[in-house]
Structure formats: C-alpha cells, structure tokens
Design a binder for this molecule. Sequence first.
Ligand code: SAM
Length: 385
Amino acid sequence: MTSIVRSTLIRSHQWYIAATNCFPGNKLRMNFNISSISAATTHPQYLSGHSAWVEHIPFAFFAVATLAPRRFVELGTHYGDSYCAFCQAAVVLGAEAPFSAIDTWEGDEHAGLYDSAVLAQLRTVHDARYGEFSSLVQSRFDDAAKNFEPASIDLLHIDGLHTYEAVKADFEAWLPLMSERGVILFHDTDVRRDDFGVWKLWEELVARYPSFTFHHGHGLGVLGVGSEIPNSFGQLLECSDTEAEAVRQLFANLGRAVSRAVDLSREQAAHRETAEKLLRAEALTRQHGDTIQAVTPQQEAIEALTAQHQDAVEALTSQHQQNIAVLTRQTEDKIAALQANAQAQAEDAERKIIHLSSQLRSAHGHLRLMENSRSWRWTRPLRRS
Ligand SMILES: C[S@@+](CC[C@H](N)C(=O)[O-])C[C@H]1O[C@@H](n2cnc3c(N)ncnc32)[C@H](O)[C@@H]1O
C-alpha cells in the first residue's frame, strides 16, 4: 500500500473514531466491530483503472466482514473492480464461499460495447487468485437466474444496465433467490442523467425495505430484503440520521483514498511511460553519436572527393569556354569570308546583267533598223512563200 493511501486510510479511521467519541449523550449507538472497520481500509489488489465503482471498495470489504455471505452474486462485472474486491475480502477475511460474477462481457448501452479481451484479461487476474471458490459466468442475467436455488443468496450486487426498466427487472427476477439474510446492493443510485433510472427504483424500494444510501461514487444503495440480517450489518440499516452521516463520511473518505490510489497508479504509469520514452531517446541519441563517429572518416573522404570533383569541373568548364571562344571566332571569320565572297559574286552578276542588258538593247536597235529597211520589206513576200 502506498504511504499516501495508508495515511489517508488511517486519517479516515481516526476521524471516524473521533467523530464517534465527540457526539454527546452517546448518540452514536452503532457498535461496529473494529475488525470490520479495519477490513474496510484494506488496499485493493486489483484496480483496472477503468471503473466508476472503486470508491465503494471499502464498503465491499466491510459488507463481507459483517455479513460473511454464504453465497455472493454480482450482476454486471465488466473489468471486475467491484467483483475482485468482494473476492479479495473473502480471502482476507477467511470467508470464502460460492461467489459468482454474471455478465455477457459484451457490454450494454451505458457501459458501451466491448470485445472478448476484457473477460480474457479479467480471467488472468481472477482465476489464479479466486478460482477455487469463485466463477465468472458468461451469461445473460435472466438465463443465469435459473441456475440458483430460491432463498440461496445472502449478498447480491446489481450493477447491470441502469435504466429503470432493466434494474427493476433484475431486482424482481433475483429477489426470490435472496435468503433470510439477504442484502442487495444497487450502484449508481445518484445518477439522474439521460435514461439512468436506478434512482427512481431506489426511491420506491427505500419506502418498502430497510436501507442505507451512500452518495459518493455515483451512489450505492444498500437494501435489506431478508428478515434475519446479522446485527453486525443490520445496525447500518437502522441507524439515525446523525449516525448515517458519520458512516457516509467515513466511507466517502475511505473511497476517496482508493480513487486517489487509482489516480496515483495512473500517474505512476504515465511517469513510467515518460521515463521509458526518455531512456529510449537517450539510447537513440547514443546510437546516433556512435553512427556519426563511425561515418566521420567516410564523410571526410566524400568531402575531399567532392572538392576534387569541383576543381576538375571548374578546369573543364574553363577549357570548354576557351574552346567555344576560339570556335566562335573561327566561325565568325568564315561567315564574314563567305559573306564577302557572296557580295563579290552578286556585284559581278549585276555587272554582267547590266552588260547583257546593254547588248540586248543594242541588238533590239539593230533589229528594228533591219526590219525598217527597204530591202527587208521588199523581200517579205519571198519569206512568206
Ligand atoms: C456498469 S458495468 C459493471 C461495472 C462493474 N461492476 C465495475 O466494478 O466497474 C455493467 C455490465 O453489465 C453487463 N450487463 C448489462 N446487462 C446485462 C444482462 N442483461 N445480462 C448480462 N450482463 C449484462 C454489461 O455487459 C456490463 O459489463
């Protein structure tokens, strides 16, 4: 047990003793056996970290200590926080008897649907520790009810679906199976949101049976349905308002210590995870450093090669540029020579054209003179024949 939990439990216990002593006129008539109060301070071995029931675990221990149930049944177990607490109490108090947890282990509208891993995980905890006297029965509540004798159950915990209709049906189906020492616990009697309706059934039942109501941990109703409930427990159902308030405060304080333990172990798990992450990060950093050291010579060789390569590229580039400049100049000279040659040829051709044109004009002149000559005209008829 962690020291915080232990000191909170001791403080709660001391508070209870102090509260008991300071009421004048011995108004607190209750006389709980110190061992039943001490049992209520037992630290639970199993906390799933997912349950809304944990604040009632001290009362589970108290109930087993004071009732010593000859048969205990739980309707609605899910992760098993409440059920394992009842089982642990039986072992701690030497009160092992047939215990049964009934659930489809499939979930419902309020708990949500879940898969077979939940029951498999619970079995790993439950079977080894409590398997000799306790069984996890995978069944619907109404089907399982057929396997119990009438008047055979001393303590029943109803924590299935929390609609008014469902919890009423559970109560009515299982009431005939309760013994003359019968006590029924109802969880979530203080939840009034959505279609939660345990509170409504609870209002009806407290008018008909001796009862005790806890308001912490979403509310837990304790209903005495048997006619011969042991006085060690029965006085709880008959206590005055003042006594009831003292008992409520005691169990609320003890319950808070358990839920604080759940918070602490969640925080510890988160710290462990962070520490593991840090260790992994450190190992990676070391590996990284080693790798850097290992590749440094190669890196230096690569850098030297890169520098050589750059020098070669620069030398080649400069040579290439010089070649291009020479070739460009040669090409320009050739072009200029070709252009000059073409120009000279063009000028020569033009001159020839001018000369030929002048020859042509002169030939035309001669032709016209000839055509206009008398001898040409007189000889025309001869040319026609
Ligand atoms: C609120 S959870 C139980 C919580 C548990 N007592 C704890 O300690 O946290 C309700 C469980 O009842 C079961 N359940 C609801 N209706 C059922 C029915 N008719 N038959 C069998 N199981 C049922 C669901 O599968 C669910 O696991």
